[in-house]
Ligand binder design. Structure first.
Ligand code: ADP
Ligand code: MG
Length: 627
């Protein structure tokens, strides 16, 4: 006997099942388009015409000239788990069509008004069927040219909550276009004979018209314009039954996001972190940090190597040999970029060890002054500018060069002359003065970069970026053991401020004091800087204070103390560091390089730009054909 009130178990109405499935398959008009395009392609269409209204919210229509559907099968096409593409679970392993779940049309029909008409190829007579929220009318005859036409109207008309989650027609149109773009790109990788002509219409306007004959490069040009298309290089590499084809853009054609990386696996657009990672790695060092390459890649793998059954929208895949695929992509792109020689083989000096050359007899006594900006400024007052500084650099080069046959072996890291300082970060300040004189050969170019020789190759250092990083690290380090020592100014520097600016400075004066900067109110609107961080030299304290003020004013919310200290520290470092276009003496360069070992993360300046690039000796020899 069943106790009254106990919930009874019932099978769900098939329409409800479809509506639940629709939650996974159909998120927005663009997802409907995607399914209809896949079906048209699976049907062997040579022409696909898409019509859209209101970003697809009100109407999407996809008409093809494919194989068509037999009249009797029309209700089945709209029924869930009905498909012509899969008959046994074994087929799942080797599926080659775009769709196979047999739930797309059923899902769409359950949350929209659908009209499906089809004329099978070779027969003049077809049929039409209409469905409202999954309730199907009877089949009626239809005469027309062969092919299938699916019209989807009023998406989510019977699911008000989901309808409310739709964005504006313009935003939905952007998604819609993205899906069509991916499709049009994927088509480009098919054999020319089976590429359908694609058209998109909105009202009377034709928004897209891509004949099937267009090759990938022309498609990219039509879709993204000549700027991108003219910077592309084709790749094609096969390995272990896998094939990677596509177009990769010159590093100069970089973007702020990875959205222009289009990846297709067996003709299917995918978003896959590990594949994107392989691309990023191939461009490493050819691009600024935070920029992304443009690429259109088509990967074909044996169906058994990839599981496309992971995600209902089929945008995620799983590979059985992810490493091999990573390597294929990485290697193919990297080699292509190299082969073109379109890219200087310079890369950020992340793993590059910078070793002094074998010890040589110095021709000049070396005792570099501390790397204080003060000394640089002073030097400017008695030294002429860039043009004359180069001979000075040459003069101070060791006369006795290392012999040509000097083996390319770096001195041992524990070399008593060379490197005992490496492991001793506490000697930040004393370092420059204690320079061992073991500086490698180097040269300043454009008064902005240092070119340094080492046993592994040559390094180009951005003098400002490196010095900025070093100063930042020094300040940070000092701060961990207490306030930064302040140096009293003989003549306090007076700065005029607005009331708001002054209030902000007063509010944060304690934090400034910790960083070695002391200020006092003067009169109604001015403030006097009475002390300045000793380690920074004294490059215009007033200007630095104004930068700090600007920063405080710009911040929307009151900053946390840590965030503010960090920001002021990087302002200080940037402000005080040697600038680009400042000539340096050999000693100053040497001091800068020595401190390079001591900063904890010298690879990037505080803004994330690289501080150094390397050109390895190996690359050099390769380019000259010596290896
Ligand atoms: P699936 O594509 O996963 O099989 P769908 O729900 O998308 O499932 O489609 C169900 C079936 O309807 C397909 O298997 C196919 O037989 C038929 N069909 C759908 N669209 C078309 C079309 N444009 N041309 C020919 N047949 C189609
Ligand atoms: Mg389908």
């Amino acid at each position: 006997m069943v106790a009254s009130g106990l919930p009874r178990i019932r099978a769900l109405d098939p329409i409800v099942v479809s509506q639940i499935a629709a939650g996974e398959v159909v998120e927005r008009p663009a997802s409907v388009l995607r399914e209809l395009l896949d079906n048209a392609l699976d049907a062997g269409a040579t022409r696909i015409e898409v019509e859209v209204e209101q970003g697809g919210i009100e109407r999407i229509c996809v008409a093809d000239d494919g194989c068509g559907i037999a009249g009797d099968d029309l209700p089945l096409a709209l029924a869930s788990h009905a498909t012509s593409k899969l008959s046994s679970a074994n087929d799942l392993e080797t599926i080659a069509t775009m769709g196979f779940r047999g739930e797309a049309l059923a899902s769409i029909a359950s949350i929209a008004q659908v009209e499906l008409r089809s004329v099978p190829r070779g027969s003049g007579a077809g049929a039409i069927i209409r469905s409202h929220g999954g309730r199907v009318d009877k089949i009626e005859p239809w005469l027309g040219t062969s092919g299938t036409r699916v019209e989807v109207k009023h998406l989510f008309y019977n699911a008000p909550v989901r309808r409310r989650f739709l964005k504006s027609p313009a935003a939905e149109m952007a998604h819609f276009n993205e899906v069509l773009t991916r499709f049009a790109l994927a088509i480009g990788a098919l054999p020319a004979e089976i590429r359908p002509h694609i058209l998109l219409r909105q009202g009377r306007k034709t928004l897209m018209d891509l004949p099937g004959s267009l090759e990938s490069m022309d498609r990219v040009e039509r879709l993204f314009g000549p700027e991108v298309a003219h910077q592309l290089h084709a790749i094609d590499r096969s390995r272990d039954g896998m094939r990677l084809r596509g177009l990769v853009a010159d590093p100069a054609c970089d973007r702020g996001t990875a959205r222009m990386q289009y990846l297709f696996v067996n003709g299917r657009h995918v978003k896959d972190r590990s594949l994107q990672h392989a691309i990023t790695e191939a461009y490493r060092g050819l691009m600024m940090v935070g920029r992304h390459p443009v690429a259109f890649l088509f990967l074909d793998v044996p169906p058994g190597e990839v599981d496309v059954n992971v995600h209902p929208a089929k945008s995620e895949v799983r590979f059985h040999q992810p490493q091999a695929i990573h390597q294929l992509i990485f290697g193919a792109i990297k080699d292509r970029l190299r082969r073109e020689e379109l890219v200087p083989p310079l890369r950020p000096a992340t793993e590059f060890r910078f070793d002094p050359p074998a010890p040589v007899q110095r021709s000049l006594p070396i005792s570099p002054p501390p790397m204080a900006p003060r000394s640089i400024r002073d030097r400017h007052s008695h030294e002429a500018g860039g043009a004359e500084s180069l001979p000075t650099v040459h003069d101070s080069w060791p006369i006795e060069r290392p012999r040509q046959d000097t083996p390319n072996i770096a001195p041992p890291r524990n070399d008593s002359q060379g490197n005992p300082k490496v492991a001793a970060p506490q000697v930040f300040q004393e370092l420059a003065a204690a320079s061992s004189g073991d500086s490698p050969r180097m040269l300043q170019i454009y008064d902005s970069y240092l070119v340094v020789e080492s046993s592994d190759g040559l390094m180009v250092i951005d003098q400002h970026a490196l010095h900025e990083r070093i100063l930042f690290e020094q300040i940070k380090k000092r701060l961990t053991v207490g306030a930064i020592p302040a140096q009293r100014l003989l003549l306090p520097e007076v700065v005029e401020l607005t009331g708001e600016q002054r209030a902000l400075i007063e509010e944060w004066s304690e934090a400034l004091r910790e960083l070695g900067m002391e200020v006092e109110a003067m009169g109604a609107t001015a403030m006097a800087i009475t002390a300045y961080p000793g380690i920074l030299g004294q490059r215009s304290p007033g200007q630095l204070l104004m930068q700090v003020v600007d920063h405080l004013v710009k911040r929307q919310r009151p900053p946390s103390r840590e965030a503010l200290l960090h920001d002021i520290m990087s302002l200080m470092a940037c402000h005080s560091a040697v600038r680009a276009r400042e000539p340096l003496t050999q000693e100053q360069m040497a001091a800068l390089l020595e401190q390079r070992h001591l900063a904890q993360d010298t690879h990037h300046c505080p803004h994330g730009r690289p501080t150094a690039l390397v050109f390895s000796k190996h690359d050099l020899e390769r380019q000259f054909g010596r290896t």
